[in-house]
Design a protein around this ligand. Structure first.
Ligand code: PLP
Length: 223
């Protein structure tokens, strides 16, 4: 069940500069619809099949974010409608997104995922790999005509240690500032820094994130 007051409080806390992606993975259509009816348009999903099913059953003006680990062979199922792909962590995947976007005559917005959690094995590029990926995109723009890199995404360690989480977000923000300065943004757009979930979004926002991905706080715990 969606608690309207929780939603409103999160929105007012985030203000107009931070975008909320409501993470609806494993949650039923009715819950998504209830939040949509309160005005939420951005929803995030982790699994391709689940996203495809939900997309077909819910209003067309929902902006669907893919936030999970995307396998190259599944890009084709979401390429016609996905709004933003958060977890891109290889040029191979980026090229496949480009190919499927071209087939759909679309430009698909992507975030490059950076590996910031030091202890855990999470997907993502390290600083050097990020550098190399951006360099490759710059030097062979013809290979990437149907994608747009909108910024970075990262997940902090799952820990009670707030200092550690803060340090990890700081590191991601530093990379973001290095590669995605406001002066490099196209005139009508700003770059996106997707960081922060239910347990750590306050830290993420304080450290400069402008897009948070919140699930359990909005929808209740997942089983
Ligand atoms: C599940 C998930 C979230 C949301 O997690 P909550 O703790 O429920 O807010 C955010 N980002 C990613 C990548 C996820 O997989």
């Amino acid at each position: 069940m969606i608690m309207q007051s929780v939603y409103r409080n999160i929105l007012s806390e985030l203000g107009s500069d931070v975008q909320l992606v409501a993470v609806s993975k494993t949650k039923p259509i009715e819950d998504i619809r209830a939040l949509y009816d309160l005005g939420q348009k951005d929803f995030g999903e982790n699994y391709v099949q689940e996203l495809v099913d939900k997309h077909s059953q819910l209003p067309a003006d929902i902006r669907w974010h893919f936030i999970g680990h995307l396998q190259s062979n599944k890009v084709k199922y979401i390429a016609s409608f996905v709004h933003l792909i958060h977890g891109v962590d290889s040029l191979r995947l980026l090229k496949e997104i480009n190919k499927q976007a071209a087939r759909q005559d679309r430009v698909i917005a992507c975030l490059l995922q950076v590996h910031i959690a030091r202890e855990e094995t999470k997907f993502g590029l390290d600083a050097t790999e990020l550098d190399e990926a951006l360099q490759a995109i710059r030097t062979t723009p013809g290979d990437f005509t149907h994608i747009r890199i909108r910024g970075l995404m990262g997940m902090a360690s799952f820990t009670e240690d707030q200092e550690k989480v803060r340090d990890e977000f700081k590191g991601l923000k530093a990379l973001f500032d290095e590669h995605f300065g406001p002066e490099q943004a196209p005139p009508d757009q700003h770059f996106l820094l997707s960081m922060g979930m239910s347990g750590d979004y306050r830290i993420a926002v304080r450290e400069g994130g402008n897009m948070v991905r919140i699930g359990s706080l909005l929808f209740g715990k997942r089983v």
